[in-house]
Design a binder for this molecule. Structure first.
Ligand code: AMP
Ligand code: MG
Length: 426
């Protein structure tokens, strides 16, 4: 793949692995991915967050019959004429309890929402628009209602044969309801992607171990596990690996054997990259990039091959916030592509910056922020304090990421900025 990757990167003008624009790296990654093809059948209830493997068409009309959109009275629109209209009340139609006879000219039927429109009727007058209703008749003024009002026509939601959902769609609660309305109990989805991950670093301790001087608890495995889980991937936690070439090689082989993609954190910064690079050259084809971004910067991307089986590889930086930023802006999209998901893209909206933000042109900067509407209904964003790439508390406080693009310079207070809300991501 490196050859392929190298060809792709060389075809992007201005591609510079020592200071790579975020968009170039994203493009290069996207172009390298060959989606998996395996599918599986799942019951509808288990399909939330799974990726539809085939186009889905409607086997029936939804709704399957013309029905009333209101509680009121059904009659024929041809009875609408000048002056007061009086109709003879001949029966009742409730949801699930149709009125079977044909309704004649000058007649009407009491009808409830969802009830089948009786033969001979094409119009419903809501009960609150009726001037007078007795047990036997109904009176209302002409002009109160137009012919064919308040009727939901067969197939108006989904006509039979129409493609209702496309292959590659990440299924939402509304989609599940839609599929249920078609009477479909089981569907074909892409199999779930398996993503193995581990942390590297001699200073890392797992929760439960004593924290000696100079050590930190490994937090990256927890954020990674949570981010993968949120996205619906199967997260396989392979623990902490020491900064030792043999241990690292063994862990990568193990991960490559069992997973579709492998994510590591740490060990790609300037000092470590060389020996990781030598190891990777044996295991697969991996490129090391310095991304023009903050937080983030060093990152490795490629594939490892174990026993003839490929796995995508992401070597993310070690700093906890850099892990999250590189996961969201590179790995997440790539994993969805690998899984055959086509609809999942990060959301982006605009908000007014509440204060000035220092920004250097020539790199993409991600700042942690809190977005809220002010009293005039304007979306405003403020930053959450210290933005160092190791400071997770300001990430935890944030509900969005302010995304300052490569060429942008200092932002003045009151200027609009692009914001990625975390809703559903974090
Ligand atoms: P590295 O990229 O390995 O040089 O790590 C950069 C910084 O991130 C160092 O301060 C590490 O201690 C810290 N770090 C690396 N991995 C983790 C982790 N799994 N959990 C928390 N901090 C980490
Ligand atoms: Mg390290």
């Amino acid at each position: 793949m490196t050859d392929k990757l190298r060809q792709i990167t060389e075809s992007i003008s201005g591609f510079d692995a020592e200071s790579l624009r975020v968009e170039f790296a994203q493009q290069a990654i996207a172009r390298c991915i060959q989606p998996i093809t395996q599918t599986e059948q799942v019951p509808l209830k288990q399909a939330l967050g799974r990726t539809l493997a085939t186009d889905m068409s409607a086997p029936i009309n939804v709704p399957s019959y013309d029905n009333s959109a209101m509680d009121g009275y059904a009659f024929s629109g041809s009875d609408l004429k000048q002056g007061h209209i009086t109709l003879k009340l001949v029966g009742k139609a409730f949801a699930g309890h149709p009125y079977h006879p044909t309704v004649q000219t000058g007649e009407c039927v009491r009808i409830m929402t969802g009830a089948l429109m009786p033969r001979g009727c094409d119009t419903v007058i809501p009960q609150e628009l009726v001037a007078e209703a007795t047990e036997h008749s109904l009176t209302f003024a002409s002009g109160t209602i137009e012919a064919k009002s308040n009727v939901r026509l067969a197939g108006e939601d989904l006509p039979i044969g129409a493609t209702v959902l496309h292959k590659g769609r990440l299924l939402t609660p509304a989609d599940l309801g839609l599929i249920a309305s078609l009477g479909i109990a089981e569907l074909t989805v892409m199999r779930q992607l398996k993503v193995a991950f581990f942390s590297t670093g001699d200073e890392l301790r797992s929760i439960g171990q004593p924290l000696e001087a100079g050590c930190v608890y490994d937090s990256n495995r927890y954020t990674l596990h949570a981010m993968l889980d949120r996205a619906g991937f199967e997260a396989i936690d392979l623990g902490v690996v020491r900064d030792d070439p043999v241990a690292l090689e063994n862990a990568l082989r193990e991960a490559g054997k069992i997973a579709d993609a492998v994510i590591t954190t740490g060990g790609v910064s300037a000092g470590d990259a060389d020996y990781t690079r030598a190891l990777m050259a044996r295991l697969g084809e991996v490129m090391f990039w310095k991304i023009a971004m903050r937080p983030g910067r060093p990152m490795a991307f490629g594939k490892i091959n174990v026993n003839g089986k490929d796995a995508l590889f992401f070597g993310l930086p070690g700093n906890p916030v850099a892990v999250m930023a590189t996961f969201y802006f590179f790995a997440r999209d790539a994993l969805f592509r690998l899984q055959g998901t086509t609809t999942e893209r990060l959301p982006s909206i605009q908000a007014i910056s509440s204060h000035a933000i220092k920004k250097r042109a020539g790199r993409t900067e991600y700042q942690r922020g809190v977005i809220a509407f002010d009293s005039t209904g304007t979306a405003k964003v403020r930053l959450t304090g210290a933005q160092g790439s190791g400071i997770l508390s300001s990430m935890s406080e944030a509900n969005c990421m302010v995304v300052l693009s490569h060429d942008e310079c200092d932002i003045q207070a009151g200027q609009p900025v692009n914001v990625m809300p975390f809703t559903g991501l974090i």
